[in-house]
Design a protein around this ligand. Structure first.
Ligand SMILES: *Cc1c(COP(=O)(O)O)cnc(C)c1O
Length: 313
């Protein structure tokens, strides 16, 4: 599977003499219309392939916030690939569209307190949970596979990095810039690692703060000296915070749930053949890139590829 690369003929790009492209990873999916798309698919691919190849079908258990794309995506993966899925959900919220859909996909959701949720990185706690789940499902402990929050399992970053190779193939050359959004930074690490030194990778954190560079290096330490930087000015107040104009009337009921259906209504984006954008990650990214195009940041004649990482829009 690959996703298409589309040219965006935006007036600002034309004026700045920049060739603007979008890597449509929102179309990278076996289940259109679900959160199982884009980087969530690429991150889960290694674990799903391993699960499908295992002699005994494993159960996947993971962790997520009550509105998270990851929770939604892994539940859908369970349905699509016929694998049992259990997700520990942070907080008290028991009903929202994301959780309803995950249950409809057949996932078991276990609500745990915020304080217990913080234990998820603790090895002993994780083993105890695995034993509990294995006993309840009547399977061997070794058949209950933990998947880290956000889907950032071993091999996940490298798997996302393949999108860079697709871009080079589709473009027929090495792009001057590749721009992408970051939550945990796992996807960014993979793309940076895969990128040629002739490509500058720009990472746009969807969260506020200046710690993302360290997080990204934490995923793949070998990328430290590579050609990349974090552009930290387009978080719009922090995770899942964004201007209310970015949400369309028809989707208002869902828009109160970060990460669920909402449309970016940045006027000039909507008018220029742009794909729909989720407000949590990609609207911030595209806003930032267009702003920098207008400011003349990118060398004239250069090729800028923006990665649409998916998300529910
Ligand atoms: C999860 C997610 C991200 C963040 O990916 P990381 O690998 O955690 O940085 C970006 N975009 C979308 C649409 C996502 O769902």
């Amino acid at each position: 599977m690959t996703s298409p690369l589309q040219q965006i003929r935006h007036p600002a790009a034309k004026k700045a003499d920049v060739e603007l492209w979008c890597k449509r990873d929102d179309l990278y999916t076996a289940a259109p219309g679900t959160a199982l798309q884009g980087n969530k698919v690429r991150k889960l691919e290694p674990v799903i392939l391993a699960a499908l190849a295992a002699p005994v079908k494993p159960l996947l258990f993971s962790f997520g916030g009550a509105f998270s794309n990851h929770l939604s995506a892994i539940a859908t993966a369970g349905r699509v690939y016929n694998l049992p899925v259990v997700v520990f959900v942070r907080g008290e919220e028991a009903d929202n569209p994301v959780l309803d859909q995950a249950r409809a996909d057949g996932a078991e959701l276990i609500l745990i307190s915020r304080s217990e949720y913080r234990m998820k990185g603790n090895h002993g706690w994780l083993l105890a949970k695995r034993e509990e789940i294995a006993a309840r499902y009547g399977i061997a402990k070794t058949s209950a596979w933990p998947v880290p929050e956000g889907g950032s399992a071993p091999g996940a970053a490298e798997s996302v990095g393949k999108l860079y190779l697709e871009i080079v193939e589709e473009l027929g050359s090495v792009p001057d810039y590749v721009c992408l959004s970051a939550g945990t930074g796992c996807s960014a690490a993979g793309v940076i690692s895969a990128a040629s030194s002739a490509t500058h990778v720009e990472v746009y954190p969807a969260l506020k703060g200046d710690w993302m560079t360290k997080e990204i290096i934490g995923f793949l330490p070998n990328i430290e000296g590579k050609n990349w930087s974090c552009i930290s000015d387009y978080h719009f107040g922090g995770y899942a915070r964004f201007p209310k104009e970015w949400v369309s009337e028809s989707n208002l009921s869902r828009s109160t749930s970060p990460g669920t259906r909402a449309l970016a209504l940045i006027a000039d984006i909507g008018q220029s053949g742009m794909p729909p954008l989720d407000p949590v990650y990609n609207a911030k990214l595209f806003y930032g890139v267009l702003d920098r195009i207008r400011k003349g940041v990118y060398t004239r004649g250069s090729t800028v590829v923006v990665v649409h990482s998916g998300g529910i829009y």
